[in-house]
Design a protein around this ligand. Structure first.
Ligand code: CA
Length: 362
């Protein structure tokens, strides 16, 4: 037992030097990766969560933390990685015992049953942030975990803190996308942050996020909140991204969405005449901002007093902008004001009809 332990130690010492060249890339603003430490190898009993600036650990026979046993534990590091070059990257894990790695949600390294060094490649675009997740398990004896990268321009190194982000934002999602409004579904709150903000920018689909002019349109949002954004321009491409209340957090990845084409809206309602003797008739006219769509625009009508009666609706024919309807009234014993209302696609207009004493009484 003792000899085997010594042999294992010697063998692993050859396989796993205890330190690697520190990262020299420093263009990013990262803070490291989120580390979830489990007191088992099956990721069941979460014992500790912290932000690790780099994955560069040699615990030898020890433990990552007093909360973690020195044998049979596991760690999941997650967050985002930001490459400096648009190249094929080689990711390398060196671990005792097993490790596996996902980059951009693709399994790049599967050395779960193994030990030591393993590599995998994936093509990345400079400055984009990609989801990254490394899982590591320790059985017994020596324990170590290292995460490195390299490319044709990137020297092999421990992935530096500046290019790792613990705030694993998802992109915002969208629903109820209309011509002037939409709903933004916020991502989950990153570790250590207490609220989210939402930023918006206008740009083409090919504009890099860093080149956009971002405006903060909401703050103090909860994890997973839904934000209704209004006052948008139809047929326009918008970018959205989440931020946190922590200054140190980089903004999350951006998502784009194009608003619907402009649609006809109710521009006005007019009454002619707007004053009528009781028992007489008036005429109402609804006007749209643009031609009614195929099938016509059905404008809902109402009156707040049965002394003036309107049809339930009037249809503006397809391609037209105007339609008229009749208003009939009853005789009144006193001058009466009746509110006539027209509604279309959530917009309403109203006008007051004055019912005078009928001419026959004069
Ligand atoms: Ca071990």
């Amino acid at each position: 037992m003792k000899i085997w332990t010594v042999l294992t130690f010697l063998w692993m010492s050859l396989l796993c030097p205890t330190s690697y060249a520190a990262g020299t890339s420093d263009l990013g603003t990262g803070d490291g990766l989120r580390g979830d430490y489990y007191s088992d190898r099956e990721f069941v009993n979460l014992a500790l969560t912290r932000i690790d600036p780099v994955v560069d650990f040699n615990w030898t026979y020890g433990s990552p933390d007093p909360l973690i046993p020195s044998t049979f534990f596991a760690v999941r590091w997650s967050g985002q990685v930001q490459p400096l070059y648009s190249q094929t990257y080689t990711f390398t894990t060196i671990s005792d015992d097993g490790a596996r790695l996902w980059v951009n949600d693709q399994l790049v390294i599967d050395n779960w049953a193994g030990i030591g060094e393993a590599s995998g490649t994936i093509a990345l675009v400079a400055n984009q942030r990609y989801n990254i997740k490394m899982e590591y398990r320790e059985d017994w004896g020596d324990a170590s975990a290292f995460l490195l990268w390299s490319s044709s321009s990137q020297a092999r190194e421990i992935i530096p803190t500046s290019q790792l982000y613990s705030s694993r934002f998802s992109r915002p999602n969208f629903s109820e996308v209309k011509s002037k409004s939409l709903k933004v579904h916020m991502p989950s709150l990153p570790l250590g942050a207490s609220s989210l903000g939402l930023q918006r920018a206008v740009g083409s689909a090919s504009t890099p996020a860093a080149s956009l002019t971002w405006t903060t349109i909401a703050s103090g949002l909860a994890s997973g909140a839904v934000h209704q954004d209004t006052g948008l321009v139809p047929s326009t491409l918008y970018w959205y991204r989440a931020i946190t209340n922590r200054v140190s957090d980089a903004a999350g990845p951006a998502a784009m969405i194009t608003t619907q084409p402009p649609v006809a809206e109710l521009l006005s309602l007019s009454l002619q005449p707007f004053q009528v003797g009781g028992g007489g008739n008036s005429s109402g006219t609804v006007k749209l901002t643009m031609a009614a769509p195929a099938g016509g625009a059905v404008v809902t009508l109402s009156s707040d007093n049965t002394l003036a009666r309107v049809p339930r609706s009037v249809t503006v024919p397809a391609g037209k902008t105007v339609a008229s309807f009749d208003i009939s009234t009853s005789a009144v014993s006193a001058i009466t004001q009746v509110k006539i209302r027209a509604s279309y696609e959530g917009l309403s207009q109203s006008k007051t009809l004055v019912i005078d004493l009928s001419c026959s009484h004069v």
